[in-house]
Design a binder for this molecule. Sequence first.
Ligand code: C5P
Length: 225
Amino acid sequence: MTDHLLLPAAGVGRRFGHDRPKQYCTLADRTLMEWTLDLWLNVRLDGRRLLILAQSDSQGRDIARSYSNLDVAVGGEERADSVLAGLEALNAQEQDWVLVHDIARPCVRVEDIERLLDHCHRTGRGGLLATPVSDTIKRRDGDAVSTIDRRQLWSALTPQCFRFGELKQALASALSAGVTITDEASAMERAGFPVDLVEGARDNLKLTRPEDRALIEFYLMQQGR
Ligand code: C5P
């Protein structure tokens, strides 16, 4: 059984609102993409590492060339299309494990990644890093507002780790049904495969909005990187 890594980086980052994709914004001396790629150099994996880029992304290809053992695949319209394209390019064994990690999460900790992998290897069940929700969450349906019991709520982070064969089947099925899928776990849940939550650090933030940038810079500094 082998562990592979997919790094979806084919998004345009609409909510970030810059003229270029958010993975190319610079934090100190490096692009966000390089911060994330550098972190993964510290994780021992025996399989392939695949960076998923938009078709026309020459900057990403240039960056990828400076990392050894990093292959490139072309992504799709939505994140789930990109991940499925990455799985097709990976062409792994059914039982292999695939970690999927957002390129826009540079602060993930190596020890959290290793804990997730250990969990999957030990139990044979797929899972994801997640944190318990700390805000009180409201549901608005027209004028009706209700409160959801937050003791049951977790925020989904990445990496997410699933068996190659099951993940490919679950994503293909969700996409062909036209279901909106924003992470791998939701496709796995829909397909009836087990999904476990492994608690991860809260600083594993995704760069989504401009105000996240200063916080990510702070977390990287605090981690001594
Ligand atoms: O847009 P969002 O922040 O949810 O994207 C999460 C990750 O998925 C990012 O790393 C982004 O580059 C990637 N993505 C992708 N292909 C898309 C859309 C998003 O690889 N079509």
